[in-house]
Design a protein around this ligand. Structure first.
Ligand code: ATP
Ligand code: ZN
Length: 296
């Protein structure tokens, strides 16, 4: 379908230049990859923009919100989207289709945390990963999940569904003050899950609503969100195409331009029993791989 000659009329062929330069030899495999992005606000909308411009095969997007004029201090959405009263998922589909019509965009406009919608999401992640390029068109899981939501209830839902389906995922966020952010990679059993190393309010069992200040709006900077989104998209590409090293956890402090990076090990006594089970499965897989390597 696509000419891999590098020319200015075919944007995809420009991307293929990094294959020609030998940096990412299998770049064209990006067309067979499907990614689910949950939350397409300040971070997620930039991530879907990046992946679309990189020529990803399929994007499955989840968000329950509409575009508002208040969102214009972030990237991607336009006042026209707000005037047309569009959901973020429909507005994103519209814009992304214009940017790269080869990318299949599946919008899901619902709250992922209700019991019924959690099941809907689980079903979608489990069966709609198939891309148009897949030789075998049978239903399959998505290749990766990216979480760009802004609350713990939604993060818990993503954590749980990824543990259940054994899906790798990236967690991300920007602080209320907008001057720091983070990206964390989670592989069920192999790395910490969202509940292994809980943030304060999860550890203490505090109701999130009780600490959210209602009299102030969270600060928001398109710069901080753009930087976090860039790190996130870059690591998603590395994970999907298997080049470089996927970051375990990286923070970002905007005031000092400081990026602390640390591995976060799984917690053997994680409060999530499924996580503990996945850890045991992962340990057994590793043991098997070591004995097979010794036997070879
Ligand atoms: P603000 O909180 O300042 O109004 P926002 O809602 O756009 O901004 P962002 O941090 O920019 O927040 O983006 C987070 C995105 O995650 C939002 O678009 C929000 O609608 C989405 N989101 C959060 N929780 C859920 C959920 N349970 N189901 C679906 N989407 C969610
Ligand atoms: Zn855990």
């Amino acid at each position: 379908m696509m000419d891999d000659k590098v020319n200015s009329e075919n944007p995809y062929s420009r991307l293929m230049a990094i294959k020609k330069m030998g940096i990412v030899k299998n770049y064209d495999e990006i067309r067979q990859k499907s990614v689910a992005v949950v939350g397409i606000g300040g971070i997620g909308s930039v991530v879907v923009d990046h992946l679309t411009r990189c020529g990803i095969g399929k994007l499955i997007i989840f968000d329950y919100d509409k575009v508002e004029l208040a969102n214009m201090n972030r990237s991607f959405y336009t006042p026209k989207h707000a005037r047309e009263n569009l959901s973020k998922t429909d507005a994103a589909k519209q814009s992304l289709n214009e940017i790269n019509p080869d990318v299949e965009i599946i919008p899901n406009n619902f709250d992922i945390t209700t019991l019924e919608n959690y099941e809907r999401m689980s079903n979608i992640l489990q069966t709609q990963g198939t891309t148009q390029q897949d030789v075998n068109q049978t239903p399959r899981k998505v290749d990766l999940v990216i979480s760009c939501v802004d609350n713990h209830a939604a993060r818990h839902a993503v954590n749980q569904v990824c543990l259940e389906l054994c899906l790798c995922w990236f967690e991300s966020g920007v602080s209320e003050t907008a001057i720091s952010g983070h990206v964390q990679f989670m592989q069920p059993g192999a790395t910490a899950c969202f509940e292994c190393a809980p943030p304060l309010l999860v550890a203490e069992g505090i109701d999130e609503k009780s600490i959210k200040r209602t009299d102030v709006c969270s600060a928001s900077l398109p710069t901080t969100m753009g930087i976090v989104a860039g790190i996130l998209s870059q690591n998603a590409l590395k994970y999907l195409l298997g080049f470089g090293e996927v970051i375990s956890y990286i923070g970002y402090n905007a005031l000092k331009d400081f990026f602390p990076a640390i591995p976060i090990q799984p917690n053997l006594t994680c409060s999530n029993k499924l996580c503990v089970q996945r850890q045991a499965e992962w340990a057994a897989t590793k043991e098997k791989m070591v004995s097979e390597a010794k036997a070879a």
